[in-house]
Design a protein around this ligand. Structure first.
Ligand SMILES: [Zn+2]
Length: 111
């Protein structure tokens, strides 16, 4: 932690880690704000930087069906931020594969 190269984003609205403000994503990468995380509101995001995958990929049963996910955390401070969908079981949920969930209360607008 702290030694890894961190990416800085450009854009009109930048979201960062609520704890250390490391850049994570931009407003135009958000696909939906209507998701739910473990602690309430969450965003579905096309691409996220400065995160590392933590733990093992595992199956999660959600209201939208079975998914395989892996948790993600901030590369700088190690805070848990959400997860990445690695596989969706149902055909209509396949669009989420490779996309990220960030919990709204764990991120904040830094610019
Ligand atoms: Zn952080």
């Amino acid at each position: 932690m702290g030694l890894k190269y961190r990416e800085y984003l450009e854009g009109r609205r930048i979201y960062g880690c609520s704890k250390c403000r490391s850049h994570l994503t931009t407003g135009d990468r958000i696909l939906s704000k209507g998701f739910r995380g473990n602690n309430g509101e969450a965003y579905l995001i096309h691409n996220v930087v400065n995160v590392s995958e933590t733990g093992e990929e595992h199956e999660s049963i959600m209201t939208t069906g079975r998914h395989k996910i892996i948790h993600i955390s901030c590369v700088r401070c190690g805070s848990q931020l959400g997860w990445k969908y690695t596989e969706a079981h149902d055909e209509e949920q396949k669009y989420k594969e490779g996309k990220y969930i960030l919990e709204r209360n764990l991120i904040r607008i830094v610019k």
